[in-house]
Ligand binder design. Structure first.
Ligand code: GLC
Length: 803
């Protein structure tokens, strides 16, 4: 592989060069404390909220070679002065003998060799910890003695991330640092905004004597700040300047003299960068991690956490890339999106208003149900608490304050202030949660709606089931001239913002699927009244979609305020949209020939070798009447780009139609783990999904962007495990309904479900790919394809024969 390879035994991706086409990152910690780290050791860290409590300044727009956030210098004393280099390659850019960044589960491990020094740096955040640990081991691999220093450096941000960039007087005036010396041989460099003293104090410290420090960036770089990160003036002197600042651009730099290392000799320094309320009173939280044994224990706990999360589903199929993604990397990405929603990445910068997305998190949660259902339900509760009394939902919320907002719709006075789809996703997520866990009692839990009275007390509370029914009711009651759901400001496609009165065929289908999911639950609960109501709503919408939205060869995507279609053969641009086809099948509204024709048209008009485009042809000039979609050139993002999030929906639709070959073809063509041959064209990480790839109307067809935080993660995981492999939780038990490529001889899955373990072997002797002819549960044939609810703690053997 060109820039790296998968190390399957370590569950790591190993980046073998510091210079990837764009930065490739990994996540450490969680939203409670954590952030991301790139393959050059830089990254961003925050506590609780990237916008409201940011610790490290990281600017993705900087040239790649620059110091960004954090780095470390190694210094070798030579007769004529010091040789200085960074074991992370940037910002000194020296020639290296070896470079490796191991992207692990919740950690990155850097191994590099420069000038006879091998450095290994393990970076992670302990579970529930409030500090980044970096264990830096410096080894002399030459045959000569070397006198070596190690100087880790961090650059701080103002805690309110956006202010850092829009005020260059007030921000520096608020910043300060102090050196704390407790006389135990260690030093702590404290940094914070003056107003955060005793409330949120950052600390940078290590478990090795520190002979000097620096916290003023200009002093460290030297020459009034005209010195550079590549050759900081301060590193030409034996000791740092010990500046404790009362203002300015704050950094932390710690001078560690490691002494003379003989050939083969090594020394380890463990640094901590974190935040506590008050360093003086929270000292114990810091002191504990000076002990290497504690650090090792915490690292083991982290590995155990990931081990148990991944243990929930383990697959073994004939396709290596699929195995790598489902067993490790896609599962991990699901957990990352669940934590970070669309808040903090190289592309979604977490600086200001955005917060957690309602629709995004509702979908993310569905990707972690098997491995982390307890965390999932907490997020589901949060989401339900920003649902409004009328059943619609607030579009985004800030995780620290739980204050929600209406997203971009606030910017357009004339348009509705809600998104037509948001509230329907939480119905799907909640139903998926109860199907996974069997926790039907959750449906009775009381949760407040978002609205508050003048004293900030919630106005109304209702059971979870009532929240869901309110959501159904909202869509039922808010329909347009064809009886199809009103679009609101937008639906899943944020960028089509039509005038008030426009209708969305996507929402109609989404509503259909949400109703189906809810009907499963109501039927199981024997709630006849609500079941009848939902059945009626379902049939009513099915009729309307088929009556009004069929265009002849495919389904229309929207009707504008005046009733004219978008996504119709009659349109000059935007003739056909993927989601109108896939979701018509997922909802069950499209059946038989019509469903097949819709998916065939999609294949003909929208499929490319790099994935399925969202629409075609792209709008070729800005049109304020349709909004954001026309702000990109044709082939980019929502305007005819390959918007990956919508690809797994097509896979699911194809499995519903029994077409495993196509479902798998669509799966494989976007699998990042299978992109090595075109990685220079694709550019982004091969170990997680990106949000978008430029489509074939764009000159850079194949270029990926916006990796990591995308609904693609959750839906690809669901499409593959629940629909292609077909292991799908239902209310009464686990359904076995594979739809695989005909050429596969079979596959195996180990699946934890409601406290039991299923070892499932599927055989496909007649090359049919779907339809179980026989299912043996512990040797006994079952009728139907749903394994009955298990006994917790038991292991079951399941043998399935297709054909
Ligand atoms: C982005 C948004 C998501 C939206 C999608 C399509 O990924 O985060 O909410 O559904 O774009 O517009």
């Amino acid at each position: 592989m060109k820039y790296g390879f998968f190390d399957h035994t370590q569950k790591e991706y190993v980046i073998t060069t510091p210079k990837t086409p764009v930065k490739w990152i990994n996540y450490i910690g969680t939203l409670a404390f954590g952030g991301f780290i790139d393959q050059n050791g830089g990254g961003v860290i925050c506590k609780g909220d990237p916008a409201e409590n940011r610790i490290v300044k990281y600017i993705p727009q900087l040239p790649a070679a620059q110091m960004n956030g954090e780095t470390c210098y190694i210094r070798i004393k030579e007769a004529e002065g010091y040789k200085i280099f960074s074991p992370y390659y940037t910002p000194t850019l020296d020639t290296y003998d070896h470079y490796e960044c191991r992207v692990g589960l919740g950690y990155s491990l850097f191994i590099s060799e420069f000038f006879g020094i091998r450095t290994e740096i393990l970076v992670f955040v302990p579970l529930q910890g409030s500090q980044v640990i970096r264990t830096i081991t410096v080894k002399n691999i030459s045959d000569q003695k070397k006198q070596v220093d190690c100087i880790p450096v961090v650059e701080y941000s103002h805690f309110q991330a956006i202010k850092q960039f829009n005020n260059a007087d007030w921000v520096p005036q608020t910043q300060m640092s102090r050196l704390i010396d407790k006389g135990n041989g260690f030093k702590i460099l404290k940094q914070c905004a003056f107003m955060n003293l005793g409330r949120a104090e950052n600390f940078f410290t290590s478990n090795h004597p520190v002979s000097s420090v620096e916290s003023d960036r200009a002093v460290f770089l030297g020459d009034h700040g005209y010195g550079s990160w590549a050759a900081p003036g301060a590193l030409q002197r034996e000791e740092l300047g010990n500046t404790q600042v009362n203002r300015g651009d704050n950094i932390g730099a710690l001078m560690h003299h490691l002494g003379v290392l003989g050939a083969g000799e090594e020394k380890t320094v463990i640094t901590q960068l974190g935040q506590v309320k008050d360093i003086e009173t929270d000292l114990a939280l810091i002191e504990q991690y000076r002990d290497p044994a504690q650090v090792e224990k915490s690292f083991t706990e982290l590995r155990e956490f990931w081990g148990s999360f991944l243990d929930a589903i383990h697959i073994d199929t004939p396709n290596e890339s699929m195995n790598a993604m489902l067993n490790v990397h896609n599962a991990r990405q699901c957990y990352i999106t669940k934590n970070w929603s669309r808040y903090l990445s190289l592309y979604q910068l977490g600086l200001g208003a955005r917060g957690m997305g309602f629709r995004d998190s509702s979908q993310d949660v569905m990707g972690i149900l098997a491995g982390a259902s307890a965390e999932a339900v907490l997020l589901i509760e949060k989401l339900l608490s920003v649902q409004k009394r009328d059943g619609s939902a607030m579009h985004q919320f800030n995780p620290l304050t739980m204050i929600a907002n209406v997203g971009d719709s606030a910017e357009n006075e004339e348009r509705p202030k809600y998104y037509g789809d948001d509230h329907l996703w939480i119905i799907m997520a909640t139903c998926a949660y109860v199907k996974e866990t069997g926790d039907f009692a959750f449906l009775d839990k009381q949760i407040d709606f978002y609205e508050k009275d003048k004293d900030e007390n919630p106005i109304e509370s209702a059971s979870v089931l009532k929240h869901l029914l309110r959501g159904i009711r909202f869509t039922h009651d808010n329909v347009g001239r064809h009886g199809l759901p009103l679009l609101g400001f937008a639906d899943w496609n944020d960028t089509v913002n039509l005038r008030t009165g426009a209708e969305s065929v996507f929402i109609a289908n989404q509503y259909g699927y949400a109703l189906k999911e809810l009907m499963d639950v109501l039927e199981y609960k024997q709630d006849k009244e609500n079941l009848e109501m939902c059945r009626h709503y379902y049939e009513e919408m099915k009729t309307r979609v088929n009556e009004h939205a069929w265009d002849g060869e495919w389904f229309i995507r929207y009707f504008d305020h005046d009733g004219s279609p978008l996504g119709s053969n009659r349109n000059e641009k935007g003739k056909i949209f993927t989601n109108a086809q896939s979701w018509a099948v997922i909802s069950g509204f499209a059946e038989g020939e019509r469903a097949k024709t819709a998916l065939d048209s999609l294949r003909k008009k929208l499929n490319t070798k790099n994935g399925i485009k969202l629409s075609w042809p792209g709008y070729n000039r800005y049109d304020k009447n349709i909004g954001g979609i026309s702000s990109y050139p044709p082939g980019a993002k929502e305007n005819g780009g390959i918007f990956l999030h919508s690809n797994p929906w097509v896979m699911i639709a194809e499995t519903i139609m029994g077409n495993g070959d196509r479902a798998f073809e669509y799966y494989n063509q976007i699998n990042p783990a299978a992109k090595n041959d075109i990685i220079d064209e694709y550019e982004v990480e091969p170990y997680c999904y990106a949000q978008n790839i430029l489509g074939d109307e764009h000159p850079q067809f194949g270029l990926g962007r916006n990796s990591w935080l995308s609904g693609t993660a959750s839906w690809c995981f669901q499409a593959a495990t629940k629909f292609i492999l077909g292991i799908r939780p239902e209310c009464s038990g686990l359904k076995i309904d594979p739809c695989i490529p005909k050429t596969w001889r079979g596959f195996r899955v180990k699946r934890n479900f409601r406290g039991a373990v299923y070892n499932i072997t599927v055989e496909n002797p007649k090359s049919v790919g779907s339809g179980a002819a026989e299912i043996l549960l512990d040797g006994k044939a079952i009728s139907g394809n749903i394994l009955p609810a298990p006994e917790s703690g038991k292991h079951y053997e399941v043998r399935v024969r297709l054909g």
